[in-house]
Design a protein around this ligand. Structure first.
Ligand code: GDP
Length: 447
């Protein structure tokens, strides 16, 4: 992944609105001085924070478009720099002409995520909030959007900051004691070190649970669908998706790429990997597709084995099952209960349902969410990423080691320091440049 150049205080510009046609399109410029550029494109520098109706001019003074110019003076802008927003008509050609004019006047094209990166570097957003900007834009469900906005407004960051503060308070006590070795013996008791550790541990666990829910809303759950032809795989996917258009029937062997259906259950994306195309073949292209399907299967969270009461498993299904990594949770779905007269039910590792009538589909949805670790926590989730969960886990790990090290206060202090550093990575207080590059380069241009 290409990493961003270090943020230089130069002028950057990009089209901030989505590509395509729309009523309004926005070109955004940010930098240390936008005066000459504004003069060139507008013929004046608009009054700060006022909507100024203006023509957008080319180098000959001819109008490219007309619209609203907004001028935000540093540090009171998204990036913390001087920002000029030109709101023109939302056509790709006209917006590119406005952008080209800005480049002609000395701006350079912004890298992906560079506006957000500057906002972060100028202290307008912390890292978790900047990531939430991207997650809000990418949100694929109402639930994901709600939790992204909670992170964006700082709810997640505030919880992390509270945790960091609690660790710092304990560290301060320990480090003060280190200077007076004769008091070390009493320290653990006097400072209620274990009590404090308990409180911090409990808070980390609570934050982790909420973050896990947010991460699920973002990343979703991947399930491999295994079953013989005609067992009802397509019908099941259509039931789960809630609309027929979800599935395109493929002739055997024509599905050369990994087939994925993005279905949502209570806002949690469910990615289905279809194994229908897994068969012995000499066709090199098909082989490639099969290799991809296996790669997807290896990363799956669960396997859904669909069976029809009227026939058992074939060798191929048994072979697929045997090849699944042991970490993959298995769920057997007994389909077509409308034919057998059974009632829908769920048991450990199994659900009885009918993909035709829809009986038992809700039980399946619950089962899928439960195996993903989803808990309907209502409004409390915040958007989180795998990187955040990892940092929380490492912090908890260091606190556990600290607890074992209370006999050696130096070690105890060191583990607290490491826990604090792990937690601070979430908000980006201590973050390596290459990680920043990785995070921001996945943003789109103009953000
Ligand atoms: P696939 O080949 O595994 O994708 O199976 P399809 O979803 O195409 O279903 C094969 C046939 O079984 C179709 O005629 C479906 O209408 C039928 N079918 C699927 N699920 C059920 C079910 O729950 N009950 C009954 N009676 N028929 C079903």
């Amino acid at each position: 992944m290409a990493s961003l150049p270090p943020a230089r205080p130069d002028l950057i510009a990009a089209i901030a609105t989505a590509p395509g046609r729309g009523g309004v399109g926005v070109v955004r410029v940010s930098g240390p001085d936008i005066g000459p550029l504004a003069q060139g494109v507008l013929g004046r520098v608009p009054a700060p924070r006022h909507a100024t109706f203006s023509r957008f001019l080319d180098r000959d003074g001819e109008a490219i478009d007309e619209g609203i110019a907004l001028h935000f003076v540093a540090p009171h802008s998204f990036t913390g720099e001087h920002v000029l927003e030109l709101q023109g008509h939302g056509g790709p050609v006209v917006l590119n002409l406005i952008l080209a004019r800005c480049l002609e006047l000395g701006a350079r094209l912004a890298e992906p995520g560079e506006f957000s990166r500057r906002a972060f570097l100028n202290g307008k957003l912390d890292l978790a909030q900047a990531e939430a900007v991207a997650d809000l834009i990418d949100a694929a469900s109402t639930e994901a959007a709600h939790s992204a906005v909670r992170s964006l407004t700082g709810v997640f960051s505030a919880r992390i900051t509270e945790l960091v503060d609690a660790v710092i308070r304990l560290r301060t006590l320990v480090e003060a004691t280190l200077d007076f070795p004769e008091e070390e013996i009493d320290f653990i008791e006097q400072a209620n070190a274990f009590g404090r550790l308990d409180t911090i541990d409990a808070s980390i666990a609570a934050v982790r649970l909420q973050a896990k829910q947010g991460a699920l809303l973002r990343e979703g759950l991947t399930a491999v669908l295994i079953g013989q032809p005609n067992v009802g795989k397509s019908s099941l996917l259509n039931q789960l998706a809630g609309y027929e258009a979800a599935i395109v029937t493929e002739f055997a062997g024509t599905t050369r790429d990994t087939v994925r259906e993005a279905i949502q259950i209570q806002g949690v994306p469910l990615h289905i990997v279809d194994t229908a195309g897994l068969r012995e073949t000499e066709d090199p292209v098909e082989k490639l597709g099969i290799a991809r399907t296996w790669a997807a299967i290896d990363k799956a969270d669960m396997a859904l084995l669909l069976v029809d009461a009227t026939h058992g498993l074939s060798e191929r299904e048994t072979a697929i099952l045997a090849r699944l990594p042991p970490t993959v949770t298995r769920l057997t779905l007994h389909n077509k209960i409308d034919l057998t007269g059974e009632t829908s039910r769920a048991a450990e590792g199994a659900v009885w349902l009918s993909a035709r009538t829809g009986a038992g589909i809700d039980l399946l949805r619950e089962k899928l969410l439960a195996s993903a670790g989803w808990q309907a926590t209502g409004e409390d989730t915040f958007m989180a990423r795998a990187r955040h969960l990892d940092a929380l886990d490492r912090a908890a790990g260091h606190l556990a080691v600290a607890r074992e090290s209370t006999g050696q206060l130096e070690l105890f202090a060191e583990e607290l320091r490491l826990a604090q550093a792990a937690l601070s990575e979430i908000t980006g207080q201590f973050t390596a440049d290459d990680l920043l590059g990785e995070i921001f380069s996945s943003f789109c241009i103009g953000k």
